[in-house]
Ligand binder design. Structure first.
Ligand code: ATP
Ligand code: MG
Length: 268
């Protein structure tokens, strides 16, 4: 078994982080790609599983959807062998690519035995591989659907990106209710890794107000690190690169490296 360290504990098996928020465009995929790349650069063997049929995590690091088996095939067939792609240029980063057919796959999934645990079965399939991942990131679609429930049911931790904007806090209740639902019904060991403030523009009163409000409500559940609004972060995926390869000196790169440190040092 690999050993990944987090919050002072030595765990058996990978730290599995579901990155979820039913709100669209809040920075889920950007966080998955860039945290995963920073962890790989920190010598951690890291896997991304792209659970969003939009496949942005897949295209954002210049990969193409795998076929035979596709992610949907893997979800529907517990005996299928998941074969993550090693990223061509980033050592220690691997991906199980997204599958556009997952849009219609939800109904098929719901007809499976134990439909909330299809992703968990893929992870169990991976644990038979020689490779032992330190971190696995589950990039979720912008919905509280069966796929997201699967992610929450198989993860060890939940990370919720929160965009620094007016309605951000309202939507938070829904994802945190789903977190509680998963803890009570499908995955009692799930922990909240943290709420991550994204697209922060510290020159605006609104960003400052949202940050204050978030910290007042959720205290130390909010990461100390915040992610600034940074145009280099939005350009990087069109070049198929994580920010540390696209522009290591950008404020976005600095923020994601800081977040990586915060996660790795969290009491470890
Ligand atoms: N910190 C940032 N600064 C500037 N642009 C950003 C930042 N984070 C994300 N973006 C851009 O905002 C858009 C939405 O980000 P992203 O795709 O990561 O969100 P998402 O939550 O995964 O969206 P979806 O819900 O559709 O999956 C993208 O165009 C991305 O490049
Ligand atoms: Mg996304």
């Amino acid at each position: 078994m690999s050993e990944a360290h987090l919050e002072g504990e030595v765990r058996n098996g990978p730290v599995i982080v579901a990155v979820a928020n039913q709100k669209g465009g809040v920075g889920k995929t950007t966080t998955v790609i860039n945290l995963a790349a920073c962890l790989a650069a920190s010598e951690k063997l890291t896997l991304i599983i792209d659970l969003d049929p939009q496949c942005n995590a897949t295209s954002g690091i210049a990969c193409e959807s795998q076929e035979e088996p596709s992610l949907l095939d893997l979800l529907l067939d517990p005996a299928a062998h998941p074969q993550p792609l090693p990223h061509p240029t980033i050592p220690r980063l691997e991906i199980l690519t997204g599958c556009p057919d997952l849009v219609g796959g939800e109904k098929l999934l719901s007809e499976m035995p134990d439909p909330a645990h299809c992703v968990r079965r893929i992870l169990e399939g991976l644990s038979h591989n020689e490779k032992k991942y330190d971190f696995v990131f589950l990039d979720c679609p912008p919905a509280l659907n069966l796929i997201t429930l699967n992610a929450l049911s198989s993860a060890t931790h939940l990370l919720v990106p929160v965009q620094a904007e007016y309605f951000a806090l309202e939507g938070l209740t829904d994802i945190l209710e789903s977190f509680e639902f998963a803890r009570q019904n499908t995955n009692q060991n799930l922990q909240l890794l943290g709420l991550l403030l994204t697209m922060v523009d510290s020159r605006t009163n609104l960003s400052v107000e949202v940050e204050n409000e978030l910290r007042r409500h959720y205290g130390d559940k909010v990461f100390k690190t915040t992610i600034p609004r940074n145009v280099r972060l939005s350009e990087a995926p069109s070049h198929g690169l994580p920010i540390i390869l696209y522009d290591i000196w950008s404020r976005g790169a600095k923020a994601y490296m800081e977040l990586t440190k915060e996660i790795l040092n969290n009491g470890a």
